[in-house]
Design a protein around this ligand. Structure first.
Ligand code: SAH
Length: 392
């Protein structure tokens, strides 16, 4: 990562954060992360268009239509596995520009009755993105409904647990924006990492009070999964934990039954160890303190904690690599058919799918994980493939 770690831009939100720190002292990383993304006036996901070649970062559904199409077919087969209920919610969390759901619905039209049964619900807090999503769906799904928060969607299902009926939930790059806290190992134990202001008036990381190991990240150190080979007790080690992960997963799943949910995100399977907080602006990485509110701020999703958070009440399939998931569901075959039908676009179609499947890129860095009601069978794409072992 080549960027100037000392660069601090005077964004409007930087001024708000510095005033707050001067008044009440250093803030936690999760408070900083939350302000950067969700501050009502200046938060990155409140106003920015964020995604696309002309914005800050590009996502899988913007790279190839095959991504959304495969997820559409995944949704239709999941619906069949539920017994083809006559009414169900098809929910997307954080739909970005609306490309994924548009491609998914178009592809799923081929499965009889699926589209008639689906009530499409989109959860999006960003008004500018909601407008793009409306445009994307105006012709194909004019009856779609929008909710600003997961809580609003849950309320529409009634207050009883599981009272909302069947639901299929899809979310690409949604969990990686959950605010994280960080902890730094010192000689005497773990200390909270904080954001403070230095003597030149710039934002800096600082080390705060000692934290009780049992309370670390709301789960206790024992609740954290440390990867083999990591040395968390070495001074200077950093842990990155999303304290709200369990609660948000419960809130997402609780209203629905049966439920099948697909999350695709970049994350890791074993380790919390490491500083995985990263900022991206104009398709380039920068230091997380450089442009508060103007850069996307994300952290790797900890799939081991994801699993721990829901297991018992639900079954978890995966994580498996994005390449395995898309490959097993026929991404290469679909790309070949598209190329044959559109010879003038063949090389860009091929390049797009190759990027999604790249073994040293998105294909392995991104993982697919599914959660399902206990009575449902393993969800499509996650069945073990005989004679082949999954490589992460
Ligand atoms: N799934 C899209 C976009 C990923 S970016 C794609 O693959 O292209 C994250 C998305 O989640 C954006 O649409 C963002 O506005 C939305 N989002 C982030 N935090 C949110 C929250 N707390 N509530 C609702 N939507 C949120």
């Amino acid at each position: 990562m080549r960027y100037d770690p000392h660069l601090r831009r005077g964004t409007p939100l930087a001024r708000v954060i510095k005033d707050r720190i001067r008044q009440t002292g250093p803030i936690s990383i999760s408070e900083y992360h939350d302000l950067c993304l969700n501050h009502p006036a200046h938060g990155y996901y409140r106003s920015k268009r964020a995604i696309g070649a002309d914005a800050d970062f590009i996502t899988a559904p913007e790279i190839s239509q095959v991504f959304g199409e495969i997820i559409g077919l995944w949704s239709a087969v999941t619906w069949q596995q539920m017994g083809s209920p006559q009414r169900f919610r098809l929910i997307e969390l954080g739909p970005g520009r609306g490309s994924l759901i548009q491609d998914a619905l178009r592809a799923a039209t081929r499965v009889p009755h699926f589209r008639d049964a689906a009530s499409v619900c989109l959860v999006e807090q960003n008004e500018a993105l909601r407008n793009l999503q409306r445009q994307a769906l105006s012709a194909i799904e004019p009856g779609a409904s929008w909710f600003a928060t997961i809580e609003d969607l849950g309320n529409s299902a009634g207050n009883e647990d599981k009272g909302g009926g069947p639901a299929i939930i899809i979310a690409n790059e949604f969990l990686d924006v959950l605010p994280v806290d960080q902890f730094v190992r010192s000689e005497s134990g773990w200390r909270a990492r904080q954001v403070s202001v230095d003597e030149h008036g710039g934002l800096v990381f600082a080390t705060g009070n000692a934290v009780d190991d049992h309370k670390l990240g709301g789960v206790g150190l024992l609740g954290l999964t440390i990867g083999q080979g990591d040395a968390p007790e070495q001074p200077g080690s950093i842990l990155t934990v999303a304290p709200g992960l369990s609660d948000i997963l419960r809130e997402i799943l609780r209203p629905w039954s049966p439920v099948g949910a697909l999350f695709i995100d970049y994350g890791h399977e074993y380790a919390n160890c490491g500083d995985t907080l990263q900022a991206m602006r104009n398709h380039a990485y920068e230091h997380p303190l450089t442009s508060p509110g103007d850069a996307d701020l994300t952290a790797l999703v900890d799939f081991a904690r994801f699993r721990q958070s829901v297991s018992g009440s639900y079954a978890v399939d995966g994580p498996i690599s994005q390449a395995s998931f898309l490959g097993r569901l026929g991404a290469v075959e679909r790309a070949s058919r598209l190329m044959a039908a559109n010879p003038s676009r063949a090389s860009s179609i091929e390049a797009g799918v190759a990027r999604l499947l790249a073994p040293n890129g998105m294909g392995s860095r991104f993982k697919a994980v599914a959660v399902r009601s206990l009575e449902l069978p393993v969800l499509p794409g996650f069945e073990p493939v005989h004679g082949r072992s999954e490589t992460q």
